[in-house]
Design a protein around this ligand. Sequence first.
Ligand SMILES: Cc1cc2nc3c(=O)[nH]c(=O)nc-3n(C[C@H](O)[C@H](O)[C@H](O)COP(=O)(O)O)c2cc1C
Ligand code: SF4
Length: 697
Amino acid sequence: MQAPMGVEMVDGDGLANEAIIAYYEERARGGVGLIITETCAMDYPNGANSRHQLGLSDDSFIVGMTELTSRVHNHGAKIAVQLAHHGKVSRVDKKEGRDILVPSIPEWHGSFSMLADTTPEELGWMAAVNGDGGGKLKEMTTDDILETTDKFAEAARRARDSGFDGIEIHASHGYLISAFLSKQWNTRDDEYGGSIAQRSRFLVEIIEAMRAKVDDEIPVWCRLDAKEYLTPDGIEFADARTTARLAEKAGAAAIHLSAYGDSTSASAFTLGTLPHTEAKHKHLSAQIKADLAIPVIGVGRVNPATAEQMLIDGQADLIAMGRQLLADPELANKLGEGRPADIRPCINCYVCVASPFFDRRVHCAVNPALGNETELATADRDTAPASKNVVVVGGGPAGMEAARIAASRGHNVTLFEASAQLGGALRFAALVYEPNARLLAWLTRQMDNLGVDVRTGTPATPEAIQALSPNDVIVAIGGARETSTLPGATLKHVVDGDDLRKVLTGSGDGDAKKVPLVGRLAANAGRLLGLTADADRLAKLTKLYMPLGKEVTIVGGGLVGIEIAEFLVERGRNVTVIDPGPTMAPEMAHPRRWRVLTDLREHGATLITGATVTSIDSDRVHYQTGNPGNPDNGEPVVADSVPADSVILATGLTGNPTLDKWRTVAGVETTIVGDASGIGYIEGAIHDGFHAGLRLG
Ligand SMILES: Cc1cc2nc3c(=O)[nH]c(=O)nc-3n(C[C@H](O)[C@H](O)[C@H](O)COP(=O)(O)O)c2cc1C
Ligand code: SF4
C-alpha cells in the first residue's frame, strides 16, 4: 500500500488537478496495490492544514476526484481517500481567522526543543504559513461534535460517489480526532472525555456515521497512533489497543498503526510519525494484530525485505510505504519482477517531508520527477529522437545520474572516472550514512544494466574524449576544498575531509600524508582486500580500526562536518563540533537535522555554534564566541578552547577551480553539473545530472 502523504500539489482550491492525478497515476502504473491519498480536508477549507491539500467538502469536489480514481483504476490499482480534520493544526483556519476546533483548550503547548536546531530562515517560513489571521482555539460543544461527525459522513458519501475503494479516517498525528484520544489534549468532563473509551467515542461515532452513510458499500478504517511520544499524558500504547478494539466493534475494516509525538520537539517526529529506525513499530502492530480479527496495516520506514519478514512473522497483514514510493514509484512492479536491487532507494534524508512544513510542494532528493510527473515521469522511459555519442566526465552521483538518463533514452554513453571506483563524493557519504550506500549501489548497478561504457581508473584526457567523437560532453568532476589558512592547519594531527576520504574510501592514491602511517597501511590493506569497494563492509571495518585519536574536534558544522561527527561518535570518539553559524547542518532537511543533532548530544558530543576557530595547537583547538568578526554587534568576545588529539577541517567546500579548462572539450561545449559548479550535495547532484541527461534529447 502507498501510505498517505501530503504533497501540496493542489492549486489552492482543494480540487484534484492534473498534477496530483498524474502523481498518483504514476504510482498506480508502478504496481502499488492500494493507494491511500494524502490527508483530504473533509470540511475544506475549514479544518484544513493547507490550501494546497485535497478537499471533499461539497459535491463540486466529486468531478476531480472521479477523474483521479478512474485514472488510478485504469492501472489496476485501488485507491482510498484519507479524510481528516486537522484540529489544532488547522493552519488555514488560523490564517483565515476562523475558529480552530479542539476538544479542550490546552494548557501545555509543547517543549519547543526544536527551536535551537531550526534555522532563522526556517522559523520565518514556519511563522509565515502559520500566519496569524485571528483564528482562535474553540473548545467544541456537543453540537460542534455532532456537526463534524455529520460532515465526516457526508464526505464519506462523496468519496463513495467519486469511486474510491475505501476510506481511511485520519485519527492520528495530533489532528482533531487524535486530540480527542489523548489525555493531554482532551480534558473534557462530558461523555467525550475521561476514560479512553469515552475519549474514543468521537471516533467511534464517526465510523458508525460513515458506515451508515455509505451503506457498507466501501470499507472504512482508521489510522491510529500507537504512541504519542514525548507528550505528558499523551496516548499510551494501552490506549491505542483499547481504541483499536472499539473501532473494530464500530465496524472499522482495518487499523493502520502509525505514531506521533510533541510537534514542537526536536526528536518526536523521527520517533513517531517518520521513524528514523527501520520498522520501529512492528512489535506494536503485531500486538494490535493479535488483539483483533480485522487486518492491521504496518508502516514506518519499512523496506521491502523487512516488509516480507513482517508479513511472515505475523506482525502486520498489509504494509504501507511512504517515502520509498516517492523515491521509486515502480517499486511494486520491480519486486514483482524479482528485481529488488533495481528499486531506487529512499536515502532517509527527510527532504520530501520538510516541504509541507512550509506549505511547499514536495520534492525528492533522489527522484527529480516527484512533484512534476506531468513533465518528467517518462524521462527515463522515452527514447530520444536521435542517438548521440555522450561522454560523461566523473562518476559521482551527478555523472552517474546524467549517464543513467542519457543511456536509458538510447544514447551511447561513455563515463570516465579517474579514481578506481565509481561514487565520487557519494562514496564518502555512503560510508558515513548507510542509506547513501544503497543509492551508490543502485546507481552503479544502473550503469551496468544500461550498458554505459564505464572507464574507471581512467582520466578523461582531451585525446581520449576526442577519440569517441562525442556529440555532447557532461562534466561532473565534483567540488574542491580550499586549503585552510588557519594557524595550526598544517600540524600533523590536523586532517581535512579530503585526507580522510582518500584514506577511508580508497579513492586517492594513498598520499593522504596527514593520516598516520599505520592508518594508511590499514586502509591500503583494506583496499587490496577489496574492502574499500564496498561501503557497507568498509563502514564495519572502520568500527574496528580508525586512524584518529580519541578526542576529535571537527571545525565546521555543515552537513559534512555533522555526518562525520555522527560517524565518529558511533566509533567511540569524543567529538566536538565548532561552527560560526547559528545552527548546525543548515543544509540538512530540518527533520533529519533535529534527529542527528539530538542523537549527537545524547551520545555526549559537544556542539558549539556561533564560534570561530582561531588556531589549533598540539592538543587544543582555540575559538572565540561573540562574533569576533563583527566588533559592533555588542556581544562580548569570549575566548575558549577544547582538547583535541585529532582535528578534522570540514570547511572550505567550493566549486571546482579547474572548471575553466572543462568548458569546451574536444571542440564540444560541455554541460557542467553537480558540485563542480557549486555545492549542492546529493540532491543537487542528482537533480543536475537528471536534467543534463534529459536535455540531450
Ligand atoms: C511527504 C510526506 C507527507 C506525509 N503526509 C501524511 C498525511 O497526509 N497523512 C498521514 O497520515 N501521514 C502522512 N505522512 C506519513 C506517512 O503516511 C508515513 O506514515 C510515514 O512517512 C512513514 O512511512 P515511510 O517511512 O514509509 O515513509 C507523510 C509522510 C511524508 C514523507
Ligand atoms: S526526499 Fe529523501 S527521504 Fe524523501 S523520499 Fe526522497 S530520498 Fe526518501
